[in-house]
Design a protein around this ligand. Structure first.
Ligand SMILES: Nc1ncnc2c1ncn2[C@@H]1O[C@H](COP(=O)(O)OP(=O)(O)OP(=O)(O)O)[C@@H](O)[C@H]1O
Ligand SMILES: [Mg+2]
Length: 354
């Protein structure tokens, strides 16, 4: 995973006045599982269509192995796109559905059969090869659609919301399944999703898109722990935001509490900003931490392994979310209406200029 397979360079695509893709530059590595994450309308599908050759960019270029493919039609690119709404042929069996693309290529029968069997084996549907799509579950149909794309052995497989039609449980099973299959085939995957949890679970790297622009790109850990913008911080996972202002060299919260954190460059005396802290970084054992806030418990929710508190505090316009591990909560008599103080460290505080 060291060589760039695909380079997207200053690429833009406009529809009238809409900048669907706005000067995006991005390298995707060989064998990488890459996720494009963004809200509806952020340009995810448009970017995939540019990569697949279904749209051509207005400006910029797309290189595959260093060669400009921006204007090459889809069928001449070693890239396969699995569309947002995939459709299997209802009158064909699973095996026939998978073989179809290879038959179009007029490959010899023995090779087609060998490749279909290989793919069926990897997606673990060998026993269902003769079934029709309407005799399969949603997850099985999804795997057949994936097999149909994989059997053509593309260098790069583009998947637009591949798990969008599945229910929550099946979805989380298929997330791991997709990762296993990608690993087994050694094919580079670019997967579009608007589900941040899904991107964190599956991807080697994530790119966050907003209004056609690339906001941030990095590993799940980087994106989760070091969001570079307030938008990215709020988009991924749960985040508490506390309004602060700079007084001298210190950040002060709305309840008058002083907090320590890295101060963003260019933040001037008196100006306002926002401090962001994850719920799992707030602790009841506040004496060990420099940063603190006090409030009143307004809700308690058990989530099996952890316990979530909502705290009404003068420092925050919204309830502060605190996630305690079972160990942390043990022996702490917590009730709605209690006053509590929570603490957190400077390292786990991100400050954004508003
Ligand atoms: N063919 C088109 N003609 C005009 N506008 C388009 C066209 N395709 C996309 N757009 C616009 O470009 C923007 C990006 O659309 P795109 O489909 O790429 O978003 P997306 O991130 O895939 O959203 P979703 O999560 O809803 O699928 C949107 O504002 C959309 O309305
Ligand atoms: Mg889309």
């Amino acid at each position: 995973m060291s060589k760039a397979l695909l380079s997207i360079r200053d690429t833009s695509k406009h529809f009238g006045t809409v900048r669907a893709v706005d000067e995006i530059s991005l390298d995707i590595m060989e064998n990488e599982f890459f996720a494009l994450l963004g809200a509806s309308g952020s340009g995810k599908t448009t970017l995939l269509r540019l990569l697949g050759g279904f749209e051509f960019p207005d400006s910029g270029s797309i290189l595959l192995d260093g060669e400009d493919i921006s204007r090459i039609p889809p069928n001449h690119r070693p890239i396969n796109l699995m569309f947002q709404s995939y459709a299997l042929f209802p009158h064909m069996s699973v095996a026939q559905n998978i073989a179809y693309g290879l038959e179009m290529e007029k490959l010899p029968r023995p090779e087609i059969d060998a490749r279909v069997n290989e793919v069926l084996d990897i997606i673990q549907l060998s026993g269902l090869a003769q079934r029709k799509p309407d005799q399969l579950s949603g997850g099985q149909r999804q795997r057949v659609a994936l097999a149909r794309a994989l059997v053509k052995r593309p260098r790069l497989l583009l998947l637009d919301e591949p798990l969008g039609a599945l229910d929550k449980k099946l979805r989380s099973e298929m997330q791991l399944e997709l990762k296993r299959i990608q690993d087994k085939f050694g094919i580079t995957f670019i997967v579009v999703t608007h589900d941040q949890e899904e991107a964190l679970v599956m991807a080697d790297r994530i790119a966050i898109l907003k209004d056609g622009q690339l906001l941030q790109c990095g590993s799940p850990h980087e994106i989760y722990e070091h969001p570079q913008t307030r938008y990215a911080a709020g988009f991924i996972g749960t985040m508490n935001f506390f309004p602060v202002h700079l007084s001298g060299k210190t950040l002060v919260m709305d309840d008058g509490g002083r907090i320590s954190a890295a101060i963003p460059e260019g933040l001037t005396e008196g100006s306002e900003a926002v401090a962001a802290v994850r719920p799992e970084r707030l602790h009841l054992a506040h004496k060990a931490y420099k940063n603190k806030l006090t409030g009143r418990i307004s809700a308690i929710a058990y989530h099996g392994l952890d316990l979530q508190l909502h705290i009404e505090a003068a420092a925050s316009p919204q309830p502060v979310m605190v996630r305690l591990t079972a160990d942390e909560a043990e022996g702490q008599p917590l009730s709605i209406g209690d006053d509590v103080t929570v603490g957190w460290s400077a390292e786990n505080t991100r400050v954004f200029r508003d």
